[in-house]
Design a protein around this ligand. Structure first.
Ligand code: Z5A
Length: 207
């Protein structure tokens, strides 16, 4: 039995890291073997590229940023995601290609058709089986982010950038409602977790 590929998405500070362990624990409590990973990252090469992509100094042209995201993804898929799925494990990933559409397509306004081409070239037919989109307005998450101190290259973007990112995520959720499930992340944490549990329960019933 092959595993399942579950991704968590959303704008900065929306609670992905906070809820990742909750989702992993929920799946393990339901007898799933779970590998937790992230993008960009997950392999030694992809983690090095993550350092380049997030470091706060210097400029990275948007097209270079896009290509580096897919370079990291290629390594991650080949060396971690695909082998784990083939072993029958569940892969729980903090961000994946929906983030590329949202940040490089929506935020940086790069050509969506180019992203689709790269997606097919790098991933073949691999797509997440379930995407949990934690949604809240940038005005609601900026307070959560600023409490953390230092900011990376993305976190320094203006609110308009994050509005476009959020808008693209929501457009994609409307286009693929069965795969991308929207969770209201503006609610208090116990409510967010209750929504996540209901969504995971429904997914398990239909899988
Ligand atoms: N990126 C890209 O551009 N293209 C791509 O293809 C990919 C990525 C894959 C790294 O992502 C960057 O890469 C990212 C997009 C870009 N941009 N940035 N920056 P990342 O996922 O590693 O970094 P991040 O999005 O910045 O993660 P984050 O800032 O850590 O956000 P988070 O994980 O969603 O938030 P959190 O740390 O769980 O929560 C933030 C605070 O809010 C924390 O104090 C929590 O206790 C609090 N919190 C969480 N939930 C709640 C609720 N419900 N109520 C109240 N307080 C809460």
């Amino acid at each position: 039995m092959s595993g399942r590929f579950v991704t968590l998405e959303g704008i900065e500070g929306v609670g992905k890291s906070t809820n990742l362990e909750f989702v992993a624990r929920w799946l393990r409590d339901h007898d799933k073997q779970v590998v937790v990973t992230r993008e960009p990252g997950g392999t030694p090469l992809a983690e090095r590229l993550r350092g380049v992509l997030l470091e706060s100094e210097g400029k990275v042209p948007p097209i270079a940023e896009l290509l580096l995201m897919f370079a990291a993804r290629s390594s991650h898929l080949q060396d971690l995601v695909e082998p784990a799925l083939a072993r029958g494990e569940w892969v729980l990933c903090d961000r994946f290609t929906d983030a590329t559409y949202a940040y490089q397509g929506g935020g940086r306004q790069l050509d969506m058709a180019l992203i689709e081409t790269l997606e097919s070239a790098v991933q073949g037919t691999r797509r997440p089986d379930l995407t949990l989109l934690l949604d809240a307005a940038p005005e609601q998450t900026s307070g959560r982010r600023s409490r953390r101190g230092t900011e990376d290259r993305f976190e320094r973007e203006a609110t308009d950038f994050f509005r476009r990112v959020r808008g693209t995520y929501l457009d994609r959720a409307r286009a693929e409602p069965a795969r991308i499930r929207v969770i209201d992340a503006a609610r208090p944490l116990p409510d967010v977790r209750a929504q996540l549990a209901v969504t995971l329960e429904q997914f398990l019933e239909n899988t």
